[in-house]
Design a protein around this ligand. Structure first.
Ligand SMILES: Cc1cc2nc3c(=O)[nH]c(=O)nc-3n(C[C@H](O)[C@H](O)[C@H](O)COP(=O)(O)O)c2cc1C
Length: 508
């Protein structure tokens, strides 16, 4: 017969209710008879008794406290430390989300230049749905690989093209979502690693500009930093930013994987004088970012808006979006073709992408995941015969070389990563990005917490992370027998018969 151990909470709480005043009396008597110091315990138990009475009879906001008194408080306390207990004590190496301990550890090791070789065997499940990379019988010697190079804007024949020589871009993260030390560490790291960084939609990129790295200025739907009072585009301000020597490209953000179809909200309480100035908004009321650019109401006007920004900026201009419906993506490409106007790149952001803050339903339920979206986008461009008119970038949990290879095989020309770079700065996945209480000083403006983030040390980690990723990617490309990332294609993927690209792809 099975026995089931259960705790009768009512009995236990009655016991606690009785025991607290009894203990107070016992310690009171001990204080009188044995030692004065027992009165400290008397006071403690009297206080606990009073609190218990308050919870049970005087408050009515919390049903648990009203039913079980102080005992229930224990539950609240345990619940509040639950994430830490799980993270440090109970969760296995492959269990946590969005990134498990193994995946995070690989970034930490790469960032600290520690060998990330593993022993004994894979911890993946090797089930029938996992994508794998097809290696060749005849690998390419790594010394014979073609050096990576990707030039944005070459398709339009513009003068101010921008070339990247490593396939990584630090994905859009605004000053606001990130604190200033984190922005500066990433920007300095980008400079050291010789990669380009996206400013995010935080307005004038004051802290990004300080470190002299190559930048992509992001033009968000609220047009922070380049807006007129009515929220429309201020062309002079955009031109002023685009003319800065380290602003190499502009990205028009149409949507973001973690919250596609939704604009952001910046509560007025969070708008400091500096943030109001950088974003070009008033401190007096909340700033609501629209879900779309007011200039882009249909395919035609969207295409015209891209052209308008290209004309103003005179540097490469791309778009970022999360795909909801591939048919709409195809229509957009057809419109580009009809008007013969193309963005210089398209960033496909998967719905698994990160965010500073967004409603849970959007994070979990809206938008296509990266890999099927990327494949769909690449196929649509090829079918329309215009794949050679632009570059394709990909973002969404691309923190390790294994999954990055999958993205390259599905059509990505370069990888954008936000959380990979946050991890390289020492993010511990505390999931506090929206609360201003990030314990490692990355997504916070609290000077006491920001103090922990040493800009120079973390910048070096960003550089190490990039260089070690690049090293692994070179070895993986060589294993496929290809000469460069450009040669990778769908045929280099082993796609199990019962997989449709999307299911169960590992992060690394
Ligand atoms: C803290 C944080 C802030 C972000 N801010 C922006 C932003 O300003 N603009 C934007 O387009 N995306 C923003 N993103 C999304 C990233 O640019 C990227 O699309 C997404 O996080 C990709 O997933 P990854 O974090 O797995 O690389 C942000 C993400 C994070 C984690």
């Amino acid at each position: 017969m099975k026995s089931k151990i259960s705790i009768d909470l009512h009995k236990l709480s009655r016991f606690v209710n009785l025991f607290l005043p009894i203990l107070a009396i016992i310690f009171f008597l001990a204080g009188l008879k044995l030692s004065f110091y027992y009165h400290f315990l008397t006071v403690s138990f009297l206080f606990a008794t009073a609190l218990n009475v308050f919870y049970l009879y005087l408050q009515n906001g919390h049903a648990l406290l009203r039913n079980f008194g102080l005992l229930a408080q224990g539950r609240y306390m345990l619940e509040s430390v639950g994430p830490e207990l799980r993270q440090y004590l109970y969760a296995s190496d492959t269990e946590e989300k969005p990134f498990n301990r193994l995946e995070r550890a690989e970034v930490y090791r790469k960032s600290q230049n520690i060998d990330s070789a593993s022993s004994f065997g894979s911890l993946h499940t090797f089930d029938a749905t996992e994508l794998k990379i097809r290696h060749s019988l005849f690998p390419t010697p790594t010394s014979e690989l073609t050096p990576y190079s990707l030039t944005f804007g070459e398709e339009r024949g513009i003068e101010n093209t921008h070339t990247i020589r490593k396939p990584y871009i630090i994905s859009a993260m605004s000053y606001g979502a990130l604190g200033k030390n984190a922005v500066r560490a990433l920007a300095r790291g980008a400079k050291l690693a010789d990669i380009t960084m996206n400013t995010g939609e935080g307005g004038y990129p004051k802290y990004h500009l300080m470190e002299g790295c190559d930048l992509i200025f992001q033009l968000g739907t609220a047009k922070f930093g380049v807006r007129n009072k009515d929220g429309t585009l201020n062309e002079e301000k955009l031109k002023e930013i685009a003319d800065k020597p380290t602003i190499k490209m502009i990205e028009i953000k149409l949507s973001q994987g973690a919250k596609p179809g939704k604009g952001g909200l910046l509560p007025k309480e969070k708008i400091s004088d500096e943030i109001a100035e950088l974003r070009g908004v008033s401190k007096e009321h909340d700033v609501v970012s629209p879900a779309f650019h007011s200039e882009c109401k249909d395919y035609t006007s969207l295409t015209q808006f891209i052209k308008r920004v290209q004309n103003i900026a005179n540097i490469p201009v791309g778009i970022k979006l999360c795909i909801g419906d591939l048919a709409q993506f195809e229509n957009m490409i057809q419109e580009f073709k009809k008007q013969d106007i193309f963005p210089d790149w398209i960033t496909i952001d998967g719905s698994e992408g990160g965010t500073g803050a967004a409603p849970r339903a959007f994070i979990d339920r809206v938008g296509m995941p990266l890999l099927p979206a990327l494949k769909g986008a690449n196929d649509a461009l090829n079918e329309a015969g215009v794949r050679n008119r632009l570059k394709l970038l990909a973002s969404g949990k691309l923190i390790g070389p294994g999954r990055q290879m999958l993205a390259f095989c599905l059509g990505a020309d370069a990888i954008c990563s936000a959380r990979g770079f946050m991890l390289s700065l020492g993010c511990i996945q505390a999931i506090q990005c929206g609360s201003n209480a990030c314990p490692v000083g990355i997504t916070t403006h609290d000077p006491k917490l920001e103090h922990g983030l040493d800009i120079s040390i973390k910048a070096a980690r960003v550089r190490n992370y990039v260089n070690n990723l690049k090293h692994d990617i070179d070895e993986l490309v060589a294993a496929t027998g290809c000469q460069s990332i450009n040669d990778l294609s769908f045929k280099h993927l082993y796609v199990p018969a019962d997989s449709s690209i999307s299911p169960h792809v590992p992060n690394n």
